[in-house]
Design a protein around this ligand. Structure first.
Ligand code: ADP
Ligand code: MG
Length: 439
């Protein structure tokens, strides 16, 4: 058994790890930490819930010097994930003198400017707000020595890439940079070569995305029957559950319905005020709420170890998102369950995802004896739409017909990026961050 100590971590950091009760490093940590400490770039692909945060955070904490300016930069796609990473780093770094701040849209600039004035060594940021700070000069990247892109495949994807490349251009070339995600399409990997210097790559095989410990099943039903089945599946749950919906409207509707049925549910979607988003996540993380109803804003990175069930109330719009969504359960080697509701119009989309699931998948129609009667035109399978063959916009934007989200999604833009350009622009009116988000 390898110990954290053998990875070359110093005593202050080891004390922080010990306080958290971590006994031994997880495989990705054992693999990545020595490489980062030696100063080499890394691509770290590892399953959801396998401890990627500590892999980059521990090495960064060790390499950064207190009171020496901003040396570490971590970027993540959503505000909630950025805040979570900051909290983790604070725990790991409890006995170091390293200070960390989260820079994200939706929070008043003042709080962030005050923290920056007091001095920080690590910035965890969503790209849009970071760019605002860079433009006004409240953050400078000239002393940066370590950069991390968490959920890197989405950070290098169309919605973010211009922001990321703007930011990286401002950072010194001589830096240690690393990328992490549970999914790493070859195309994104190729693109990453532009930013990395001879990285050591830790990759999963394409067959290995499904994740251990998640008991996966699906049920093909009429859309109007979903509520009823949702209740049936949620009732026996003893701990916590996340219900993913394809749009903000669906998210609100499902949450409203659950409230009517007296469930203790909270909702999160990108049009909510930042205050409500934080309130929701606070309630869910602390266990004050049992059910989180969410758009894909919560599909990546969020770590709530007590989640035992993920329900895909709607089939995800993009196939890799399926693996991220279900990965909100079975964290750190625990067990979990994932159930996907497939409406008749989403059967084609679901078949595309299903082909990528390489573990046994339970057919609940069979098990529960529920008949499907899909009108013929809808039964037709959609053509396969993989990210390799066509333009990059296909990878990033979904681009399927069927299912729910499409018409809404097309009008949406992200609020956790804020580059303010043509297609995804979210800077309407006075408040740059109050705009509509993609999720
Ligand atoms: P990932 O980013 O790979 O999805 P996280 O970094 O969010 O995973 O970690 C998942 C969970 O595992 C977190 O709750 C974290 O505290 C826990 N964890 C990480 N490393 C260890 C370890 N070495 N021992 C025990 N638990 C760990
Ligand atoms: Mg993570």
């Amino acid at each position: 058994m390898t110990e954290f100590k053998e990875l070359g971590l110093n005593d202050d950091i080891l004390k922080g790890i010990k306080d958290l009760g971590y006994k031994e490093p997880f495989p990705i940590q054992e693999a990545v930490i020595p490489v980062l400490l030696a100063g080499r770039d890394v691509v770290g692909q590892a399953h959801t819930g396998s401890g990627k945060t500590a892999a980059f955070a521990l090495a960064m904490l060790q390499k950064i010097k207190p009171r020496n300016g901003i040396q570490g930069l971590i970027m993540a796609p959503t505000r909630e994930l950025a805040m979570q990473i900051t909290e983790e780093i604070k725990k790991f770094g409890k006995y170091t003198k390293i200070r960390v701040v989260t820079v994200y849209g939706g929070q008043g600039m003042g709080i962030q400017l005050d923290a920056l004035d007091r001095g920080v060594e690590i910035v965890v940021a969503t790209p849009g707000r970071l760019i605002d700070h860079l433009k006004r000069g409240s953050i400078e990247l000239r002393d940066i020595t370590h950069i991390v892109l968490d959920e890197a495949d989405t950070m290098l994807d169309m919605g973010f890439i211009e922001d990321i490349s703007f930011i990286l251009d401002l950072a010194p070339e001589d830096r240690v940079m690393s990328l992490y995600s549970a999914t790493m399409p070859t195309e994104i990997l190729r693109l990453s070569e532009e930013y990395l210097n001879n990285p050591k790559q830790f990759l999963l095989s394409a067959d290995d995305l499904s994740g251990d410990g998640i008991d996966q099943s699906f049920l093909v039903i009429k859309d109007r029957d979903k509520f009823k089945y949702l209740i049936d599946f949620i009732k026996p749950i003893k701990r916590q559950c996340i219900v993913f919906c394809s749009t903000k409207y669906r998210t609100r509707d499902v949450a409203k319905f659950l409230h009517q049925e007296k469930f203790n549910a909270v909702a999160i979607e990108g049009d909510m005020s930042q205050h409500r988003r934080e309130q929701t996540m606070g309630k869910f993380r602390s266990g004050k709420a049992d059910i989180l109803v969410a758009t894909d804003v919560a599909s990546r990175g969020i770590d709530v170890p007590t989640v035992e069930l993920v329900i895909n109330y709607d089939v995800p719009n993009q196939e890799l998102l399926y693996f991220h969504r279900i990965g909100r359960t079975a964290r750190a080697g625990a067990k979990g369950k994932a159930i996907t509701f497939v409406s008749y119009s989403s059967v084609g989309d679901w078949n595309i995802i299903k082909r990528q699931i390489k573990v046994p998948l339970e057919d609940l129609n069979q098990k529960m004896g529920i008949q499907i009667s899909i009108p013929d035109p809808l039964k037709r399978q959609m053509p396969s739409r993989r990210y390799g063959g066509q333009s990059r916009s296909n990878y990033s934007r979904g681009g399927r017909s069927g299912g729910y989200g499409r018409s809404h999604r097309d009008g949406d833009s992200r609020d956790d990026r804020g580059g303010g350009r043509k297609r995804y622009s979210d800077r309407g009116g006075k408040n740059s961050y109050g705009g509509r988000s993609r999720w």
